[in-house]
Design a protein around this ligand. Structure first.
Ligand SMILES: CC(C)(COP(=O)(O)OP(=O)(O)OC[C@H]1O[C@@H](n2cnc3c(N)ncnc32)[C@H](O)[C@@H]1OP(=O)(O)O)[C@@H](O)C(=O)NCCC(=O)NCCS
Length: 177
């Protein structure tokens, strides 16, 4: 199955149903901090709900629309990242999260750099976006370290159960016309 070896024990592996248990455990353990920044994390996942999401991701992978990838470090799942691609507009977007214990090592910066290169190189995208809550300093720092440009604030563009939050829009675009 699809897998990218980024060196030094860092690997991105297409999420398969066999990952559902480990990813659910990571999401449950990190739920409180993930839910601060990502609306989907408000809901406590079960192995079955994760398996169902992974199955959907595999369908979208087969359609050429998505990579939902497990971030593995030293052979252990430590988070996830994803790239969704629109084959009509040639615009992609990238998202990511890590286990708290895996923060501060540059893993996501390396993962997003590799995904961005694949988006432009392998998949011919013209634009790749990262959208984060304005207050999400760590997520914004990843976008900036990976060379994305801040394009502005999308006001109230992220829906949580009880509120809408402002979103910082970052994008990288192909270097030639
Ligand atoms: C957003 C998130 C993935 C960022 O994690 P992170 O560990 O800060 O990001 P990276 O993995 O790129 O690591 C960067 C850190 O490692 C350090 N680092 C060490 N080696 C590095 C290297 N080779 N390259 C880059 N940074 C390196 C950097 O200095 C930085 O540390 P600092 O923040 O103390 O300055 C994480 O905070 C998270 O999961 N948050 C909750 C979910 C979330 O908000 N997701 C994004 C929603 S859009």
């Amino acid at each position: 199955m699809f897998s990218l070896d980024l060196g030094d024990g860092l690997r991105l592996t297409l999420a398969e149903e066999r990952h559902a248990g480990a990813i659910t455990e990571l999401m449950v353990r990190n739920q409180a901090r993930l839910a601060l920044w990502q609306p989907w994390a408000a809901y406590r996942p079960t192995v079955e709900s994760t398996r169902s999401y992974i199955r959907g991701g595999l369908d979208r992978f087969a359609e050429g629309r998505e990579h939902y990838l497990i971030i593995e470090h030293a052979g252990v799942p430590v988070g996830a990242c994803g790239m969704r691609r629109d084959p009509q507009t040639l615009i992609a977007d990238v998202g990511y999260w890590l286990d708290a214990a895996a923060e501060g090592k540059g893993l996501v910066t390396r993962a997003v750099t590799a995904l961005t290169e694949a988006a432009f190189g392998t998949y011919g995208m013209r634009r790749v976006e990262i959208r984060t809550m304005v207050a999400n300093a760590r997520a914004r720092a990843v976008a900036e370290r990976c060379g994305y440009e801040f394009e502005g604030v999308m006001r109230r563009a992220m829906r949580f159960a009880d509120r809408n939050e402002d979103v910082a829009l970052y994008a990288a675009v192909e270097r030639h016309p």
